[in-house]
Design a protein around this ligand. Structure first.
Ligand SMILES: [Cu+2]
Length: 166
């Protein structure tokens, strides 16, 4: 092989590499664009008030849907007396038992650490006018999933709702 043939060959490789790099960069750009669009979760705003109620008690989601639940405490009473959170439980978890265990979890704002595996997601405990959110991928298993406020006595007072996976 003579020198000019080698030069042609290496030029060809250079072009191929350049083309490949361009394609990879374009592919990466496309992948980022697509995943950013797909990853925008649907936001569901729920308020909690001084009457120990959520304004939304039924949510419907699609299996695998990306959801952000935003909880806003619209009450005026102090957090120590009327704090609110929103805890979304896994399927078939006993919500009453969870609320009872939460009574003994004041140190962790009524989120019992021992029952963390029963929870899909939860907000912080909110004082008046505070807001917090969590994002999750809706379960693949259709059915009802209970959410509640785990502040003492709020679940029994009716501060709860149901997310249905279609
Ligand atoms: Cu509450």
């Amino acid at each position: 092989m003579n020198t000019s043939a080698l030069q042609v060959l290496s030029f060809g490789n250079y072009v191929k590499r350049g083309l490949l790099a361009t394609l990879l960069a374009a592919g990466a750009f496309l992948a980022v664009g697509v995943s950013a669009a797909a990853a925008a979760p649907r936001e569901i705003l729920i308020t909690g008030n001084d009457s120990m109620k959520f304004n939304v008690t039924k949510i419907e989601v699609a299996a695998g849907e990306e959801i952000t639940i935003v909880l806003q405490n619209v009450g005026t009473m102090p957090k120590q007396a009327m704090g609110h959170n929103l805890v979304l439980l896994k399927k078939d978890v006993n919500a009453q038992a969870y609320a009872t265990a939460a009574l003994r979890a004041a140190a962790t704002e009524y989120i019992p650490a021992a029952l963390a595996d029963q929870v899909i997601g939860h907000t912080k405990l909110l004082g008046p006018k505070q807001k917090d959110s969590f994002t999750f991928k809706a379960p693949e298993v259709a059915g009802d999933y209970v959410y509640l406020c785990s502040f003492p006595a709020h679940f029994v007072a009716g501060m709860k709702g149901v997310m249905t996976v279609k």
